[in-house]
Design a protein around this ligand. Structure first.
Ligand code: LFR
Length: 497
């Protein structure tokens, strides 16, 4: 062992994880990255009054517990990094204290604001200046909702920190703004490479809240003395990694120098391809793709697809009703269910909010003249097949936008543990799926730490390390004809508002 260890916090919408990465030299002399999960904790939205919030202090507590645990287990990480979902933030007052609980991106206070802000600023201008797909949760709409509600929080706020930056601040006392997460706000101008102050002024969003972004791979600074004493641990440096989980995951796609397509599979599915600059064309806007800042100076042209959220929500309802089936069991039931019985457009806006998901899927099927899923197996089959077809559509759109042709699709993230999803995706796209690694976000997070500490030269070398360290499972396509028929049915379904 070289003794190099890095601690990665990877926080998703349904769980948080702490993982240790260690660089080890194998018998063959090759350096490998070995990853060990040391702590996992649930994450969920909490309803308070009319709003949906994150339990940010509990997340901090679990992270502190993880740091203590890392040392108790005998690891000696010199650095740590935090990646989380995008767009959400906390506001700090003049004394550096957090003002209120951060909102959850599924809070309904942004309902209707895509249209309202679009009418005010112009959709084309917004896209050209923000580069993002119009998603109701983008930070721009959240801040505009607070402005409309005359939120006093906005008036007393001095600094805005996006979730990973906020958690890093709580551990170090250092305020920073990392680039990849900054580009999820729609308030960052990717063409000009700076915050879009004129747009903020126009919408009544205070522009003094925003710090200048720093690139992933930058050292932020040490754990605060207070935290170090509380946990009784040695000095550890916080590194600004690709703090947006999607970008960390993309950094861990084991691709080479050729253009490639990927699908990051978690609560959301992000399908896209890597570019060296944003593609801010009207066609990109029409096809609803985002340009998100990535690790290593890249831009990621990707589409947000509603993803396994639909299934997670159904499962949560079934669990709460006392019918507890694991994802493994659900997949088995789905495998036994009739193929292509009913299909949904997973990105229909009605599937965005929590609660009552199974009923909404049923209503969609009934409204579109399809049989209604009756069992857990039929419901799971319907969701997984629909996602696979949606992936084909997005993959072909990415090809249209870039002029590239992709020989297959890299799939990474927790969702690939659903092997049916991988196989059906290969079938739908009629190309191989290369699945792995599962813990892509955490691994990408570690890679940026290794770059910061000088153990990895750049993104290219980091990806080589991933390819050398983690097995990739190949899913070959089969059943072409039926999938083509199903695809025509799928594309005929009208996409909701
Ligand atoms: C995935 C993700 C997506 C982002 C969504 C909401 O975890 O980060 O990239 O659009 O969550 O923040």
């Amino acid at each position: 062992a070289t003794g190099t260890a890095a601690l990665a916090f990877d926080l998703g919408a349904s769980s948080g994880r702490a993982l240790i990465g260690q660089l080890l030299v194998g018998d063959d002399g090759a350096t490998k990255l070995e990853v060990t999960e040391i702590h996992r904790f649930p994450n969920y939205a909490i309803e308070v009054g009319d709003h949906l919030h994150w339990d940010i202090l509990r997340l901090l507590r679990e992270m502190k517990k993880s740091i203590r645990l890392a040392f108790q287990l005998g690891y000696a990480p010199g650095t740590f990094g935090i990646d989380t979902w995008g767009v959400d933030f906390g506001l700090l007052d003049a004394n550096g204290e957090l003002i209120g609980n951060p909102y959850h991106y599924r809070d309904s206070h942004t309902d209707g604001l895509i249209e309202e802000v679009g009418a005010l600023v112009g959709r084309e201008q917004l896209f050209e200046q923000g580069g993002l797909q119009f998603m109701p949760f983008n930070t721009i709409y959240q801040l505009y909702a607070m402005r409309k509600a005359a939120s006093p929080k906005l008036d007393i706020a001095k600094t805005l920190l996006l979730t990973p930056d906020l958690l890093a601040y709580m551990l170090t006392g250092i305020k920073a703004c990392e680039f990849t997460i900054a580009t999820t706000t729609q308030l960052y101008h990717p063409g000009k490479q700076q915050w879009n102050k004129p747009l903020m002024d126009r919408l009544g969003i205070p522009s003094h809240l925003f710090l200048d972004p720093i690139q992933p791979g930058t050292i932020v600074g040490p754990l605060s003395d207070a935290v170090r004493k509380e946990l009784n641990v040695p000095v550890m440096q916080a590194v600004a990694v690709g703090t947006h989980d999607t970008e960390s995951a993309v950094a861990a796609v084991p691709a080479g120098d050729e253009p490639f397509a990927y699908l990051v599979c978690g609560t959301w599915s992000l399908l896209g391809t890597e570019l060296d600059r944003p593609l801010l064309t009207p066609e990109t806007m029409e096809l609803e793709f985002s340009n998100e800042g990535g690790v290593g100076g890249t831009y990621q042209l990707l589409k947000n697809i509603m993803g396994l959220w639909l299934l997670q929500e159904c499962k949560r309802e079934w669990d709460e009703a006392g019918n507890e089936l694991g994802f493994g069991e659900l997949v088995k039931l789905a495998e036994a269910a009739e193929p292509f019985r009913s299909l949904v457009q997973p990105d229909d806006a009605r599937f965005f909010a929590p609660n009552g998901m199974a009923d909404r899927v049923k209503a969609y099927c009934a409204e579109t003249g399809q049989p209604v899923p009756r069992t857990e197996g039929e419901m799971t089959r319907c969701i997984v097949e629909s996602l696979a077809l949606r992936y084909r559509q997005a993959l072909e759109q990415a090809e249209r936008l870039t002029g590239n042709r992709f020989g297959g699709l890299h799939m990474v993230g927790g969702g690939i543990q659903n092997r049916l999803l991988c196989q059906l995706t290969a079938n739908a796209i009629s190309r191989p799926v290369w699945a792995g690694p599962v813990e892509a976000s955490a691994i990408g997070n570690m890679l940026a730490q290794l770059i910061a500490s000088g153990h990895c030269a750049n993104l290219r070398e980091a990806r080589k390390l991933v390819a050398d360290s983690f097995p990739i499972e190949v899913f070959e396509p089969n059943g072409d004809e039926a999938w083509k028929v199903a695809y025509d049915r799928f594309t005929a379904l009208e996409k909701g508002a």
